[in-house]
Design a protein around this ligand. Sequence first.
Ligand code: AMP
Ligand code: MG
Length: 410
Amino acid sequence: MAPRPPLMTLDDALAQLLSGVAPLQDSEVVDTLDADGRVLAQDVVSELHVPPQDNSSMDGYAVRTTDVPEAGVVLQVTQRIAAGSSGHPMSPLSAARIFTGAPIPPGADAVVMQEDCEVGNDCEGGVRLNAVPTAGQWIRRAGEDVARGSVVLRSGERLHPAALGLAASVGMAKLAVRRRPRVALFSTGDELVMPGQKAPQDMPPGAIYNSNRFFLVALLRRLGCEVTDMGIVPDQRDATVEALRNAAQSHDVILTSGGVSVGEEDHIKPAVQSLGSLDLWQIAIKPGKPFAHGRIGNAHFLGLPGNPVSSYVTFLVLVRPFLLKLQGVSNIAMKAVAARADFTWARADKRREFLRVRRNPQGGLDLFPNQSSGVLTSAVWADGMVDNPAGRTIAPGDVVQFVAFSEAMA
Ligand code: AMP
Ligand code: MG
């Protein structure tokens, strides 16, 4: 038997993988409305202040504080300013009826909220101010959100809903974003059957449904990729070579699942080797371990292990950062936070482990009882993973590193 290749650390594997990827240079212009999840290709610089001028943050009365030295002062209401209109300069001893979002008239330096004001018969036709205003109160300052000339969003940022709103607030109807990576996905394994192809009662012995395809397509799409599903790898060597060669011509990445274990009989490995280059890595992580990467022409080749949870976790820790770098994303680190383990993990492993856990209402983490690499239920039940260093056991109360799936997938 061939000697086992040495294990490499995840950090080394990731560094090596990322050093081989250059961000795609092409960009395109899309409607801001359609830019959620895309990666900005240019800084967004504001050409105006937001808000554009000082405005009221309350419904009430704009005044000059010098006119209201004490509570109970009555001022004549000389103008009415609604949002979308503008006022005129304040004459002495006057008040301006004003509404939220309306510009502060020249000369006014405070707004008294209407709850502190009285109008009516005993107010001499004016408004009585029952509170003494301080200068600046209930005024939103021009430029307090965004100053003219400032960079509001940076090239390399992935856009999310609030960022789209911010871009719109400085007048951007369209945004320059990086082109979506084109990814071809192959599943390998003669045991695989597509759901819908055969009913459960008609499945032959040894057959299983192809589940990896479904989460891989979804994960790829969440990361902004354009996915071509190439189905299950054909049974023949020549057909496999042909399919890979074609995929490499029109895709940036070829992603496969299964068939990367040591010594495994599979069409993919020799086919990639015949068309380009292939490295098979043994990474010291659990679930996971086997991972393949290489090149066919200009396309990157990435091969995930077949066990569903291994495939899932390996995607999150290696393929996700790879795809983010390919899109020019500047911040690709997986965010972990300290959290309290409310469980026991007695078996220290030689490999760094990603344990499927869920936050409980007490602020700690519970462990899914079956951590086997084939049990996809664990990844559905869990809302994240504990990133547990090699050789470490965990006792209740220990502080561990928690990676939320919402972070790891975004
Ligand atoms: P492999 O990495 O090809 O040796 O596969 C390891 C295990 O994962 C085997 O039990 C396979 O049946 C299973 N497996 C491989 N690919 C898939 C897939 N696409 N969906 C579900 N299970 C898979
Ligand atoms: Mg297989």
